[in-house]
Each structure stands twice: as structure tokens, then as C-alpha cells.
Design a protein. Structure first.
Length: 432
């Protein structure tokens, strides 16, 4: 039985790792330590899951003490993005394995530090890119591996984030690049990893454009008469003129906001320390981009045309993968409860280069991220499924390539020039 310690007791930590570990995989693993900056998060976790009542708690500066006392075999890193590198490096210095949420870090430079540390450590880094595990995404991988479309030549991927989900990034810490790396890293690293895995090629060069169109002080949607910081949805005097607020909140209801774990009134003294999930999306401090288009060149000749927009009427994506023998197409409409119009069920369409269309219906699974989370959890806590004919669990080089691509996107947009991935990473990485 392996022993696990969690650094960063976030909603993701509880739902993705702590709950399944204590309820589904208790014979394979044991939770032996919790570390966080805020004691409130410990009490929320233990209130939700009383089985964790006896698990020792540690402050953010007590990592070494936790390792000495709790003696974990694996450290699970699930705090704010910019904290990941700190705990990954400390775990590797102790020779411990690491399971980290994406992004593995927020800069290519920190990725280099992690990979250098991993080379001299007994520990191994695993990055939880759960999008790989969706049944639709594994089916696409299998179609490509079967040779059905031949050699992959190009990929078109357009990702849509709706006004509910998209605005949430600008209400929290994600809106500051020093905390999240910007959304081309925090969010798009998911997408870049997925494409890297599908085509089994390494990104080498990126050119991109980006803009801040919907959020920030200069937004045409800003209901304030002049740019001004310090507004919160819970106390805002103009919120009923804010399209983002009124789209998702009834005027007659008490003002509440969703926290990482629980719903809290903004006046509550029970809120997490230094954490507000209802900051104004029109604050002047917002400088990251909310819209990107990018072209990525790969080492074996494939090209990716990518776009993402964080303020759209619905959520989902449109994908096309072209090859020397044919083409795959699919469209996903995500979060059905938030889509205000009828939409078709997702299928995968295969178009041979010379022949008739074939529609593939995919067997669905229950669970988060399109049924991907439960299968990923099995690989993490029980070991990789040996019957699966292809690798799927991500390592540090996978995490690094995804982050470097995201960094190249925002840097290219800022500097108006192509960015070489090797220049960011300082090396060509082996495949994980």
C-alpha cells in the first residue's frame, strides 16, 4: 500500500484525489498528510469526508516536517498553479514520486528545473492530463494508430469557453499571469497536450496572435462609468447592468458566489484566506489575453491551427484531423445545462480521401471530464492498465511541451514573432 500526501487542498484535490483514494482505492493507498496555506481548507475537507478526520495537517512551510512524520511515498500537487514547481522540486529532492495537476508549472524555465531535478531523483513526475482519457479522445487516438487516416498532416482545433466558465477565470487568481501563466498555459496546455498525444509529434515552432477583447477595464461590456478597481459581485452597485452577472444570476436571489469547495456569501467571515472568487471581470489589473489564434509546427511535419475564446454563447470544441488517407471530424457541446438551444449528440465522422463517410458512435462513461477521470484514477492508484495497447499516462516531458507551447503562444502574441520551443525549454526532450 502506497502512502499519499496532498499539497493544496483545493476542490480539485478533494474531488479528484482525496475522495476516490479513501472511498474507491483504500486497499491500494492511504492518505497520510494534508498541506495548505489555509486551515479553513482542512476543515472543509474533513467536514465533507469525515474519514479524513485523523489525517495530519501541515502549513505551507512544513513540507519537510510532513515528509519526516507522515513518510509519504507520493506527493499529490494540487494548489495554485505557481506553487506546483515548489512542491514538485521538494518532493523530488526527497526521492518521492509526484502526481501533479496540470499545468505542471507556469513557465518553461520551471519545467527545465523540474526535469533536471527528476534526472537525479528516485522520484518520477506524473501529470494528470485527464482530457486524454475521454472516450471520444481515446477513440480518436485509436483511429489514428490504426492508420485509418494515414500520416497526420494537419489539425484544426477551435475551442469555445462560455460566458459562465470563461468569466470565472477573470474573477479569481487565474487572471494574473504570475499565478497562472495566463490562459494559454492554464487552460490551453490541456489542448496542446491532447494534440501532441494524438499526432505523436513534438511541437517545434509557434506563431500566434492574442487579444483582451471581453474583460479588463477597456471592455465595451464594462458597466462602470469609469475604469475602477475594487468591485466585487457580492457588493457591486452596478451588477444589474453587468451582462456577465445578469446572464447567470437572478436579481431576486441573495447574492452568493461559488467558492472552490462551498457556496459562500461574500460577506461571510468563513471565506478562505485572501481568496475572492467574485472579483470584477473589468478590473484594471487584468492584462492576460482572452482570445488566441495560433499555428504550431511539429517535428514530423504536422501543422496545428488552434483558436480559443473565453467569452462565447456556448462551450465545446470543433476538431478536424487531416491525413494522407482521410479526415476525422467531431464537434462537442459541453455543459448541456448551459446551452440555450438544441444541439446534436457528439459523434466522430471519418471521411476517407476517396470514399464514403463513416459515422462512429462512441460508448460513453460516467464521471468527470467526459468519463475520463475515473479511468485516470485507476491508472494512478492501481497502476497503468496493461491491456491498453498505447501509452496514455503523461510524464514530465509531456507537461513541459504543453506548457512551452502555451508560453510560446502568449509570447508570440506579445512580441509579434515566431517562438522556437527548444529556445524556451533549452533542449529537445525525450518522449515520456
Amino acid at each position: 500500500m502506497r502512502k499519499y500526501a496532498v499539497c493544496g487542498v483545493s476542490k480539485r484535490a478533494i474531488g479528484m484525489f482525496i475522495q476516490p483514494l479513501i472511498e474507491n482505492f483504500s486497499e491500494a493507498g492511504q492518505l497520510v498528510g494534508l498541506l495548505d496555506t489555509d486551515a479553513k481548507r482542512f476543515s472543509v475537507c474533513k467536514e465533507q469526508y469525515p474519514q479524513t478526520a485523523g489525517v495530519p495537517e501541515y502549513r505551507e512551510d512544513q513540507f519537510d516536517k510532513m515528509v519526516t512524520e507522515a513518510r509519504p511515498d507520493v506527493v499529490i500537487v494540487t494548489g495554485r498553479d505557481d506553487t506546483h514547481v515548489h512542491y514538485i522540486l521538494k518532493a523530488l529532492a526527497h526521492g518521492l514520486d509526484v502526481i501533479t495537476e496540470k499545468p505542471m508549472a507556469t513557465t518553461a524555465e520551471d519545467c527545465r528545473r523540474i526535469m533536471d531535478a527528476e534526472k537525479t531523483s528516485k522520484g518520477k513526475v506524473t501529470v494528470t492530463f485527464n482530457y486524454r482519457y475521454s472516450p471520444y479522445h481515446t477513440k480518436i487516438k485509436e483511429l489514428i494508430l490504426s492508420g485509418k487516416i494515414g500520416r497526420v498532416t494537419s489539425v484544426d482545433l477551435n475551442w469555445y469557453i462560455d460566458t459562465y466558465h470563461g468569466s470565472s477565470y477573470f474573477q479569481r487568481w487565474n487572471r494574473l499571469r504570475e499565478f497562472s501563466g495566463g490562459l494559454s498555459i492554464h487552460k490551453s496546455s490541456h489542448h496542446f497536450d491532447l494534440v501532441n498525444w494524438w499526432v505523436d509529434q513534438k511541437p517545434v515552432e509557434v506563431f500566434a496572435f492574442g487579444a483582451l477583447n471581453y474583460y479588463g477595464a477597456d471592455s465595451v461590456l464594462n458597466p462602470k462609468s469609469k475604469p475602477e478597481d475594487g468591485y466585487y459581485c457580492g457588493t457591486c452597485t452596478v451588477r444589474n447592468r453587468c451582462s456577465y452577472y445578469t446572464r447567470w444570476n437572478a436579481r431576486s436571489k441573495n447574492v452568493t458566489v461559488k467558492d472552490d469547495h462551498i457556496d459562500l456569501n461574500t460577506k461571510s467571515t468563513e471565506a478562505y484566506t485572501n481568496y475572492r472568487p467574485d472579483q470584477c471581470v473589468f478590473d484594471k489589473e487584468i492584462q492576460i489575453e482572452d482570445t488566441y489564434t495560433a499555428t504550431v509546427k511539429y517535428d514530423k511535419g504536422a501543422l496545428l491551427s488552434y483558436s480559443i475564446n473565453f467569452s462565447l454563447p456556448y462551450e465545446g470544441y470543433r476538431l478536424a484531423i487531416n491525413g494522407t488517407k482521410g479526415r476525422i471530424e467531431t464537434t462537442e457541446y459541453h455543459e448541456p445545462s448551459r446551452i440555450p438551444f438544441p444541439f446534436p449528440e457528439q459523434t466522430i465522422d471519418f471521411y476517407p480521401l476517396f470514399g464514403s463517410k463513416e459515422t462512429i458512435h462512441v460508448v460513453k462513461r460516467e464521471g468527470g471530464h467526459g468519463g475520463g477521470d475515473p479511468v485516470l484514477q485507476e491508472d494512478l492508484f492501481l497502476g497503468v492498465d496493461e491491456t491498453r495497447p498505447y501509452p496514455i499516462l503523461s510524464g514530465s516531458s509531456d507537461g513541459a511541451y504543453a506548457i512551452a507551447t502555451g508560453e510560446a503562444v502568449w509570447k508570440s502574441a506579445k512580441e509579434n514573432r515566431p517562438i522556437q520551443i527548444e529556445q524556451l525549454l533549452g533542449q529537445t526532450l525525450p518522449t515520456s
